[in-house]
Write a protein that binds this ligand. Structure first.
Ligand code: OOG
Length: 247
């Protein structure tokens, strides 16, 4: 029998200590449903410390990411206000951070059904996500990474633009002026709007609703790259401007 609270405590403490742990399924395998229960318990611990939900992140929405991580299912995690990066990210609190370009949606009103999610979008932006698996060497099974809140660590976004379709927006990520990843929003399930609908569906399925002010990160269009110290990262989206962050 898996102790959800105990697994959540181990992940939460690994994140707080900035110390990697072995995958939890190594000792006692658990399924995807249990993994989401652990994820929720991790978020509950954060909420008890005063963090507030700020949105949702989608994961493994692109082939490049699925291949990079050796999994083949879309997953989701929850974002809190404490994960929102300012103009810089303090790497000392993180274990082995990676960064990836994102398409971000701003939710303008409560989403009560999947059908209304697109009309509930108040803005679109280019964004980034800093991933930091709590597992040694970023090695995990699907239930492990779900329990670990889909490796969520930090996120940021550029200026919000009026909602529009983004079936094929070019994305460029540069570190210290050097291009490190290029891709297209089309790599996100063929269209990031699909990922947005999946976010609404998964939230509703979990008894939650996307809420006004929440951000939905649609998932990376490229593989993630290690985020070095003293770096300047810029992610640019065609027609969406840029977002920059330093470490
Ligand atoms: C899991 C998170 C994946 C994405 O955009 O595919 C993800 C990981 O790779 O550690 O956020």
């Amino acid at each position: 029998m898996v102790d959800v609270g105990d697994l959540a405590a181990r992940l939460d403490e690994a994140a707080r200590d900035g110390r990697a742990i072995d995958p939890l399924t190594g000792a006692s395998p658990f399924d995807v449903a249990t993994a989401y229960a652990v994820q929720r318990a991790v978020i509950e611990r954060r909420r008890r410390r005063g963090e507030r939900l700020a949105g949702v992140k989608m994961g493994f929405t692109s082939r490049a990411k699925m291949i990079q991580m050796g999994v083949d299912d879309v997953i989701w995690g929850l974002l809190t206000d404490a994960m929102l990066a300012g103009s810089s990210v303090d790497l000392s609190a993180l274990i082995h951070p990676r960064i990836e370009p994102e398409i971000a949606y701003l939710i303008g009103r409560e989403v009560r059904s999947v059908a209304e999610v697109e009309s509930a979008v108040a803005g679109v932006a280019v964004g980034f996500e800093v991933l930091d698996s709590r597992y040694r060497d970023f090695k995990f099974t699907l239930p492990d990474v779900i329990a670990d809140n889909a490796s969520a660590a930090r996120f940021g976004f550029g200026t919000w633009h009026p909602p529009r379709a983004l079936p094929n927006a070019g994305l460029l990520m540069e570190i210290d002026g050097r291009p490190v990843q290029t891709g297209s929003s089309a790599a996100i399930l063929g269209d990031p709007a699909r990922s947005l609908r999946a976010a609404a569906r998964l939230a509703l399925g979990a008894g939650m609703r996307l809420e006004p002010g929440w951000v939905v990160l649609a998932g990376a269009a490229t593989a993630a790259v290690p985020l070095p110290k003293d770096a300047h990262v810029r992610v640019t989206g065609a027609g969406l401007g840029s977002v920059e962050v330093t470490t």
